[in-house]
Design a binder for this molecule. Structure first.
Ligand code: DCP
Length: 542
């Protein structure tokens, strides 16, 4: 949970950039004949035409929605072009989308600190660039303002009927009597417009952006005018924006906390929170969450843009809904092997390209038990130290699964006959690698690094299919220690009916998560507390 720094945060320039119908744009770049046509990307599972995961703006005009399946989309828009997501190892292959996201990040990072927040979203801290522009070539004195900047939406700007909107924006940017905060935002408008045009030129992708004094407001604004547009939140418009904003629209309030606020406190809009003293909110939701709620009601957020261009973890997952649930241990092992193979490949390319290694392997699963009273019990997530090499990862992941299964079905719970188990089914599986850090600078070879680290890492090196143990590293000096972001959340494979969490790292710290969890009397809420214990004697718990 970020601590509010109202004084300093008022004069920051933060942008949130979000790609428009991202997977569709990636597919349209591959097949330019689809440009301008109503298009949707569908899952690899072809049942009823496949579930839609991205919908172009042309298709949205006909009523095509992400919640539909291909057949339904054809009913509302017979000319819709359905493109299947690429497939590898019997599951969706997102690597093309990840790489396309990286192309965009490398352009956006040119003007300030850049945080890759998801596969298609980035935060930028443009404060220094804006201050520099203000000092050298302030917008107030510019004769011409770029057309793209003039198309910006400035919240609170009085655009009476008939008035020339672009002219109003030009006047707002040119105001000499604006306070420092608005002058900085005016610079932000120009910088972001230029960056977006650069992205278009170099990648052919359009994106939308929000520009404000903090991350929270920038994120809210970026979704207000899409596609290919930018929205600005001047300080004077913050209250108006939040007063009527339904709380469920806030990133962290779409789930159980939002429901509790509505049901227990009668809070429907962010503005409704203003009536509660900070102490009252703390009493109800814990110290950190209470203060955070008090702050967001006032548009205050001290959350920093982290300098992070690389993902914080890698993951690979797949769901097995309904009749496709996995009911035997060999079936689970088969799929785990596929997932681990993909994970291992990505770890190797991260090591190769970025000189980073991951330290923790985690297995998550969803399961059901047909014949037991505690059918609500969740399949426990399990972690262990990560050993490099596909075979090692497969072996460890399988051990994690077995430990989880033993705990899940209980000692007497499963009717296990050899490899065949009855009474349980696995509906989703995922493996992830986290605690990714750069190999210390000065390490001369990968093999030496692993030798120095642990025998498990080293032994895995010997069996790695993909690693060249002789490879000599030229490590960047003073490499940055990246913190986590989960770009690799296996989004596609999660069931549609569950709310998809784009931003997979909730902006709540551990204490906060616990506060919240205990307040809501739930010990194992998804997204808040994960039980990652090492079930094996491989090493100490996380
Ligand atoms: N995605 C997915 N499954 C979901 C939601 C999204 O696989 N349930 C993928 C496809 C999207 C991409 O993530 O193209 C980015 O998701 P967004 O929510 O940002 O949506 P889009 O970029 O598709 O559209 P918009 O222009 O509304 O942001």
């Amino acid at each position: 949970m970020p601590v509010a720094k109202p004084e300093s945060s008022d004069s920051r320039v933060i942008a949130h950039v979000d790609m428009d119908c991202f997977y569709v744009q990636v597919e349209q770049r591959k097949q330019p004949q689809l440009r301008g046509l109503p298009t949707a990307v569908v899952q690899y599972n072809e049942w009823k035409g496949g579930a839609l995961i991205a919908v172009s703006y042309e298709a949205r005009k006909f009523g095509v929605k992400r919640s539909m399946r291909g057949e339904e989309a054809k009913e509302v828009c017979p000319q819709v072009q359905l493109v299947q997501v690429p497939v590898a190892r019997g599951k969706a292959d997102l690597s093309g989308y990840r790489n396309a996201g990286s192309e965009v990040v490398s352009i956006l990072a040119r003007r300030g600190r850049c945080e890759r927040a998801s596969i298609d979203e980035v935060y930028l801290d443009l404060t220094d660039a804006a201050e520099m522009m203000l000092a050298d070539n302030p917008p107030q004195g510019m004769e011409t303002i770029d057309e793209e900047a003039l198309k910006s939406h400035i919240l609170g700007l009085n655009n009476e009927d008939g008035s020339d909107v672009k002219e109003n924006v030009r006047k707002w940017i040119h105001r000499h009597n604006a306070d420092h905060r608005d002058k900085l935002l005016a610079c932000g408008i120009l910088i972001v417009a230029e960056l977006r045009m650069q992205v278009l030129k170099e990648t052919e992708f359009t994106c939308s952006a929000g520009i404000a004094h903090n991350k929270m407001l920038a994120k809210l604004a970026s979704g207000m005018n899409k596609p290919a547009q930018q929205t600005v939140v001047p300080f004077s418009s913050v209250k108006g924006l939040l007063d009527t904003l339904p709380i469920r629209k806030m990133k962290q309030l779409g789930g159980k906390l939002g429901i509790s606020l509505q049901m227990d406190m009668g809070v429907n809009t962010v503005g409704d929170l203003l009536q509660f003293p900070e102490e009252k909110l703390q009493e109800r939701y814990g110290i950190n969450t209470g203060t955070w709620l008090w702050n967001i009601a006032r548009g205050i957020s001290g959350e920093e843009v982290e300098g992070r261009l690389l993902p914080k973890s890698h993951g690979s997952g797949k769901t097995f809904p309904g009749p496709r649930a996995l009911k035997t241990v060999p079936a689970v092992q088969h799929w785990l092997n596929q997932l681990c193979e993909e994970l291992s490949e990505r770890l190797c390319s991260d090591l190769d390209q970025n000189k980073r290694i991951a330290h923790t392997l985690t297995l998550h699963a969803r399961a059901y038990k047909s014949s037991y009273t505690d059918s609500q019990k969740k399949f426990p997530s399990k972690s262990c130290p990560l050993r490099y090499g596909t075979a090692k990862i497969q072996e460890d992941a399988f051990n994690l699964f077995q430990a989880g299964l033993r705990e899940y079905i209980g000692f007497y719970g499963g009717k296990t006959q050899g490899s065949h188990c009855s009474g349980w089914g696995i509906t989703s599986l995922s493996v992830s690698a986290s605690k990714i850090v750069p190999i210390p600078s000065g390490t001369c070879s990968i093999a030496k690094y692993f030798q120095g680290q642990s025998t498990s890492h080293f032994s895995s090196m010997q069996s790695s299919d993909n690693l060249n143990t002789e490879a000599t590293l030229s490590l960047p000096s003073g490499s940055e220690c990246y913190s986590e972001v989960n770009l690799s959340e296996p989004k596609i494979d999660f069931p549609k009916e569950e709310s998809w969490i784009k931003d997979t790292v909730p902006d709540l710290d551990l204490q906060e998560q616990k506060d919240l969890s205990s307040t809501l009397s739930e010990k194992t809420q998804d997204g808040f507390i994960q039980e990652d214990i090492s079930p094996l004697l491989l090493s100490e718990p996380e």
